[in-house]
Design a protein around this ligand. Structure first.
Ligand code: SAM
Length: 360
């Protein structure tokens, strides 16, 4: 019997890994896209590009230009983590921690509603109402990430905004976005129910809100991205979805000096217009989003002096709203002034921490 030659030792794990050619950006993109498509995700390519770009710190265009660049092992680990989370239906922007909205990039975190493109219609409608170069005061009720109020403040340098929410997560997120956008001097972030945390002496010209408006019974049937990863406090509008409008519209119509604008569900136009009229709002109007669905109800307050100016006919509707002046000059500065004394009369640390908004 002939003697067997000794078997060569098995290669160490490292050299076997080295023998496998590293995967390129293009290969990983292709595999991820295919994996997401097999999982039934709606936008497999967009999701793959966003998640891989986030893991590698590269923009979409860089990914495409450098598709043959090999990934390091640590980059692959980072990509896999994002892919794993998305496969469990966590929303892509929650994984990335950021969402572009109108003209700003907002930080987003678990426990806070991801800003939606539909809500940009409300921002646009409000910008048509707000003076371009004069001070004005806005309350964003149910601010979430701060999407509406902070975008308005970003677009209108003389605007002061109260951002209100019940959820601590939302307020923390809004505060981070205030810092990120450099708006601390002009934005107050308050916790409480609807308009109650804004001291009665404080002037509010316009109330904007995207309240929870989904009927409670519909929540179980929502996409898992929404149902399982977004806060139900941000979604649930009670039995018929109109519960918050019933409370908010009369309060807002009683506090705002100029106008109230709310986002609505596509099938709530008639009901919310009726509630707005009942609350005493004038010239109640239903606006559609760019998908042609009812999206915003707005009306002005009795005695208001501003009116929205429609976009010029040749101006295509874009995220960048036209700058429109109010019909009348803003209110006499002295009339709207808030004094330091009034402000301090509250003796509430949260209120004391508010910037003192005074019409210049
Ligand atoms: C649909 S989300 C809108 C978030 C954000 N404004 C946006 O458009 O992305 C509704 C928000 O209202 C808040 N909210 C719900 N009920 C509220 C109440 N009674 N008072 C204040 N905020 C409330 C929720 O916590 C949530 O952040």
């Amino acid at each position: 019997m002939s003697e067997q030659p000794p078997r060569p030792p098995s290669p160490p794990a490292a050299s076997s890994a080295a023998a496998t050619p590293p995967q390129t950006i293009g290969e990983v993109l292709h595999k991820t896209q295919r994996f997401f498509a097999e999982r039934g995700l709606d936008s497999p390519r967009a999701d793959a590009l966003l998640l891989i770009g986030h893991a590698l710190g590269l923009e979409r265009m860089q990914l495409l230009l450098h598709h043959d660049r090999p990934l390091t092992e640590s980059e692959l680990v980072a990509v896999r983590e994002g892919v794993r989370r998305r496969a469990r239906r966590e929303p892509t922007h929650l994984i990335i921690g950021e969402r572009g909205f109108y003209t700003v990039d907002l930080k987003v975190v678990p426990g806070v509603l991801l800003p939606r493109p539909d809500t940009e219609r409300l921002v646009e409608a409000a910008l048509q109402w707000l003076p371009k170069d004069a001070p004005a005061f806005v309350a964003d009720i149910g601010c979430g990430s701060g999407a509406i109020g902070l975008t308005l403040a970003h677009e209108r340098p003389q605007l002061r905004v109260y951002c209100v929410d019940l959820a601590a997560e939302a307020l923390a997120c809004t505060k981070e976005n205030v810092a990120r956008l450099g708006l601390a001097e002009r934005v107050a972030v308050l916790r409480g129910d609807l308009l109650t945390p804004i001291p009665a002496e404080r002037q509010i010209d316009v109330v904007v809100s995207n309240p929870p408006y989904i009927p409670s019974a519909d929540i179980a049937g929502l996409d898992p991205e929404v149902r399982d990863f977004e806060p139900h406090l941000a979604l649930d509008g009670g039995a018929d979805g109109l519960g918050v409008y019933r409370r908010l519209l009369p309060l807002a119509a009683g506090r705002a000096r100029e106008a109230v604008l709310v986002e609505i569900g596509w099938d709530q136009g008639a009901a919310v217009c009726a509630l707005a009229a009942e609350a005493g709002l004038q010239g109640v109007e239903l606006l559609k989003d760019y998908g042609g669905r009812d999206r915003v109800v707005r009306g002005w307050v009795r005695g208001a002096t501003w009116r929205p100016t429609p976009p010029a006919p040749d101006e295509a509707p874009t995220a960048r709203a036209p700058s429109l002046e109010p019909e009348a000059a803003p209110v006499d500065p002295a009339e709207g002034a808030l004094t330091l004394e009034l402000f301090h009369a509250e003796h509430d640390p949260e209120i004391d921490a508010l910037p003192v908004f005074v019409r210049d």
